[in-house]
Design a protein around this ligand. Structure first.
Ligand code: PGA
Length: 255
């Protein structure tokens, strides 16, 4: 019922020329695999060129961040309306933004509301650190992040957004959560928190992704889990071979 999604977070990688080449390769490789939502999220400066390459294709674009204000004196920032026409998705509250750029549950919440109002689909990231994990705080912390991000958001709106559980200790480390661990948090904490807030029926409609060292080897096992609806992919999304194989693997699991 929930359509699977493979979203590539290119982070601060790829010049415009490199981004165009990768987008073209991805289009050729996976444009016809329509049982999976395919999303690529390049850096801002690459977005116009990538959007042009993917115009008329079945592959969507997303931004990696966004300010909540409509415009104004916010040097270096990009507003929701500036992304319209360039992106349909926007990653919000990635742990790297929380860690290095001081994003908080409150700013993530403001951004989430602004994205929904602008007609963009937020991919809201949550996830605990290694220390929190080791102290046994994963459930309370992640649940708190979900509540913070969704504060004041209606039941109708919550079904339009995507949540991505990304344990910080699994990001870029080559040490993914086990499929079982990932499913336990995606279902037992993330979706369960949405159910507490909005009811079970609403929670069943919300897509929950897992992110953190996913690749073409582990994606099938991860996607076979009932509460994981996709992946937010970092490193493995930067090469067409691994990204395309992850899309194909997901299509097979859902066939
Ligand atoms: P990774 O990154 O796949 O390279 O671990 C995931 C992410 O940060 O979204």
């Amino acid at each position: 019922m929930r359509k699977p999604m493979m979203a590539g977070n290119w982070k601060m990688n790829k010049t415009i020329d490199e981004a165009v080449a990768l987008a073209q390769d991805i289009k050729h490789a996976v444009n016809d695999i329509n049982s999976v939502d395919r999303v690529v999220c390049p850096p801002f400066v690459d977005l116009p060129a990538v959007a042009e390459v993917l115009k008329g294709s079945n592959i969507a674009t997303g931004a990696q961040n966004m300010h909540w204000a409509a415009n104004g004196a916010y040097t270096g920032e990009v507003s929701p309306s500036m992304l319209k026409g360039l992106a349909t998705y926007v990653i919000l509250g990635h742990s790297e933004r929380r860690q290095y750029f001081a994003e908080t549950d409150e700013t993530v919440n403001k951004k989430t509301k602004a994205a929904l109002e602008a007609g963009l689909t937020p991919i809201v990231c949550i996830g605990e650190s290694l220390e929190q994990n080791e102290r046994g705080e994963t459930q309370s912390f992640v649940s708190g992040q979900v509540r913070g991000a969704l504060d004041g958001i209606s039941a109708e709106q919550v079904q339009q957004l995507v949540l991505a559980y990304e344990p910080i200790w699994a990001i870029g480390t080559g040490r993914a959560a086990t499929a079982q661990q990932a499913n336990d948090i995606c279902g037992g904490v993330v979706r369960a928190t949405v159910a507490e807030l909005y009811g079970k029926a609403v929670a069943e409609n919300v897509r929950v992704l897992y992110g953190g060292s996913t690749n073409d080897k582990n994606i099938r096992e991860i996607m076979a889990q009932p509460d994981i609806d996709g992946a937010l992919i970092g490193g493995a999304a930067l090469k067409v071979e691994s990204y395309a194989e992850m899309v194909r693997g997901t299509a097979e699991v859902y066939a």
